[in-house]
Design a protein around this ligand. Sequence first.
Ligand code: C2O
Length: 506
Amino acid sequence: VKLQKFVDKLPIPKTISPIKRDKKGSYYEVAMREFTQKLHRDLGPTRLWGYNGMYPGPTFDVMKGETSYVKWMNDLPKKHFLPIDTTIHGAEKTVPQVRTVVHLHGGKQHDHSDGYPDAWFTRNFEQIGPKFQRKVCEYPNLEATTLFYHDHTMGITRLNNYAGLGGFFIIRDEHEQSLNLPVGNYEIPLMIQDRSFNPDGSLFYPATPDKNNHRLPYPSIVTPFDADYILVNGKVSPYLQVEPRKYRFRMLNYCNSRAITLKLDSGQPFYQIGIDRGLLEKPVKMNEILLLTTERADVIIDFSLSYGKTIILKNVFKGASPETTDVMQFRVTTPLKGKDTSSLPDQLTKIDFLTTEMAIKTRDLTLIRVEDGYGRSLNLLDGKMWNDPISEKMDLGTVEIWRLINQTADDHPIHLHVVDMQILERQPFDVAHFQATGKLKFTGPAVPPEPNERGFKDTIRAPTGYVTSFIARFDPFAGLFVWHCHMLEHEDYDMMRPFEIVKKKN
Ligand code: C2O
């Protein structure tokens, strides 16, 4: 299929309202359903799975400190429509095919509500996974930022997400509201994803990396998979009509695996105000923004000097195909409805950074690539499989430094649940020497975090051939959580590990 760009209007996902609200918080119910939806003018309706039958799912828009209770329900069919590799841990023939569990990405919540991969449930909760705890999840919404929720089921996360199970979750606070940033129609979330299609409009997801290799199981996982087209909020390269004024865009790379580098073809910069875990201290002017999957960039774009023009939001990531270089188009054609009174303050917030003296422990953790029994590549965290005993255990409230020693050929987006990650530095090392001796020999100076990484993150880029160091305080909740590469094709295939925050006894 060959699809024309900029023929569909950018959809803006609807905000969900609570069923009830009281002193304890707000209560919502969300059902995952199968439905069809048009993803491009020239594509037939596409079969999808979505929260409340929507793709993307409805946007939660809540205030900090107001607890949200969400009953997530699975009303999906019993059979999956994407190819399941039953050789992958957790996706064996013995478990039900269609399992779901929801994770609020970047949120700080108790482990019982964190969407542990083995806490899955099937239609009507008929069957549940070994770690299932509760039907209603509790989100305390501790900090203002752009989060999103998505499926996290063991062994099929890549497929459930690709089918459409994801949505925004925005938390606001009074401080941010006092900054007078663009709001209302001038504040728009952009969920950027890639998808491939069959000629009939159905989603294409590969069933094998190599159909001529008869040693492989069928279906067989493809690690990783980059799809053919870029969608924003569920439409292939859409357009948006804007007024000549400032807008705020909460941009999320939510491709299964693809990295993107955003750039405006008008040559104008983004004023980046926020990242994964909230506002930066000061806006930073960025000509290009690199986002690995699940990284967020909260930006202001000023269209005030562009009336009558069209501006393309490009993906200039190295090797992007012609189909995936144009993310969307802004048409600055709507007359100004009123004076733009919003501001872009010089100072946004004050961040309490962690310092290396606070750390009581440094862990060296390798990212390595090996071969599995079928000759497929298998990426591992510290050489361990998902099922190996827990090796990362720490007391609640302690600060640690983790050094990610990336010997693989990929840049991996490494995500830790529940905690805030602060990048310390990245330093290139001699991979061959390390593999031969187990000792680090640096080959260049340490590089400080980029100007738009100087705040807290929940996913950080660990480039190939570098040691990426970050510091984190392991709080605010004790319990069992996970850390993993967020390329979903890696995460599903053992590039995920549990970690446990232990409550100190005294
Ligand atoms: Cu976005 Cu462990 O997840």
